[in-house]
Design a protein around this ligand. Structure first.
Ligand code: COA
Length: 382
């Protein structure tokens, strides 16, 4: 059977970061609650000029060559923080990147889960058209609101994955199993800028969906946890992933790999759809204990809820296609004071009666929102 999977991976984060110890101080909370209780260190903060389109375009621009742009015939963006009820973010990104016109561009939604579905849609598409490449982007800004229960678990960022035949990083196995259950653990009504969250309930649903889907996965595939060198999970905050993993009764090796798989998430926070793939990137770039042929089990969970378990196999030479300097790059982000975080992350764009925004503050990123004119979002490409 033709081998299909992830050929390249890109990560885009905003240039700003908030240390959770600072947040704890400002909220009169013991910092250990965040650093030990949630196992998080910092969260990425996006200014108003960075949204799911600019972050998604940047993540993809880092990995795509002109040859890729000529071969891509589908762009899928998974997100739960869309910027338009109608037009897909994938269409803006297709335009900003200059991908050849005879392509599909769509946006998928189901909380933190949809990019995992996007990955399988991409795989199935390529199975029928082996010359095609599909760009799958997970892009989100996780914002729970000032003084909210979820405030320490916010974040922003995008992961882009180029899916192709004969991939350089990971071959996807054909073993996906999924589960849907209609629960209200986290949702965001159209009229609300912030989600409604039943925090405790959502953490229980995450783990119960994992356990029950894993039982089903084992029945369907005959595989057990011992077949996998590592398990990557959706990481809304690292402690959640650890609790999920432990519910599967992992070996010491799996717990060690888990610690390598949360290095980036601990510095970035929750990026919703991208969190699982950020964790995968962390594992692949930070672990010295994996080798070609190793199998990795992946767990995607989106509140509401839909989850999926699937696996992938590491390709020979995969590390040559990743970024060994990622942590140094993360360390270059600008650390914000609490006052600047509150102003920057929660800034909103006001429009006049014609739907025009005032000029937004300068942003020299490769892609930035310049403003809104006549209700149209205007993006600038540097
Ligand atoms: N030192 C060390 N640990 C501490 C602590 C301290 N001083 N104070 C609290 N903790 C621990 C708690 O024991 C708990 O750990 P445990 O669950 O392993 O027992 C953890 O810190 C969180 O404390 P808790 O009291 O549960 O926090 P909270 O009521 O503020 O809620 C969330 C935490 C995660 C529920 C909240 O941040 C939230 O709603 N986040 C968004 C929801 C989300 O992401 N859900 C997952 C969807 S997939």
């Amino acid at each position: 059977m033709i081998k299909i999977g992830i050929d390249k991976m890109g990560l885009a984060l905003p240039n700003y970061v908030l240390d959770l110890k600072e947040l704890a101080k400002a909220r009169n909370t013991d910092p250990d609650k965040y650093t030990i209780g949630l196992m998080q260190k910092a969260m990425a903060i996006a200014p108003v000029t960075q949204d799911i389109v600019t972050l998604g375009a940047e993540a993809a621009a880092q990995i795509l060559t002109d040859e890729d742009k000529a071969a891509i015939d589908m762009v899928i963006v998974g997100t739960e923080t869309g910027i338009d009820q109608s037009k897909a973010a994938a269409v803006y990104i297709h335009g900003l990147l200059g991908i050849q016109p005879y392509a599909r561009a769509i946006e998928l939604k189901e909380a933190c889960y949809s990019a995992a579905a996007g990955l399988e849609f991409a795989r199935n598409h390529i199975a029928n058209r082996p010359e095609s490449k599909v760009l799958v982007i997970a892009s989100d800004i996780a914002k729970y609101g000032l003084h909210s229960g979820g405030e320490p678990t916010q974040g922003a960022g995008a992961v882009a994955m180029l899916v192709s035949a004969n991939p350089s990083i990971l071959e996807l196995n054909w073993d996906n199993v999924y589960q849907t259950r209609d629960v209200m653990d986290f949702w965001r009504p159209n009229y609300s800028p912030y989600p409604e969250v039943d925090g405790r309930f959502s953490t229980e649903q995450y783990t119960d969906c994992l356990q029950t889907t894993f039982e089903y996965y084992q029945q369907q595939t005959g595989k057990t946890l011992d077949d996998f060198a590592a398990v990557c999970l959706h990481i809304p905050f690292a402690k959640q992933g650890l609790k999920g993993l432990r519910s599967l009764k992992p070996s010491e090796k799996h717990e060690e790999r888990f610690l390598e798989a949360i290095v980036y998430n601990q510095e970035v926070g929750n990026i919703y759809t991208g969190s699982l793939f950020l964790s995968l990137l962390s594992l692949l770039e930070q672990s010295n204990n994996l080798s070609a042929g190793d199998e990795i089990l992946l767990y995607s969970y989106g509140s509401g809820a839909v989850c999926e378990l699937f696996s992938a196999r590491l390709v020979d030479g995969y590390r040559n296609h990743l970024n060994p300097n990622r942590l140094e790059e993360l360390a270059k982000r600008q650390t914000l004071s609490i006052t600047d975080y509150e102003a920057l992350f929660f800034e909103t764009i006001s429009l006049d009666e014609k739907g025009n925004s005032p000029e937004l503050h300068p942003d020299d990123s490769r892609f930035a929102l310049q403003g809104i004119e006549n209700h149209k979002r205007i993006y600038r490409k540097n």
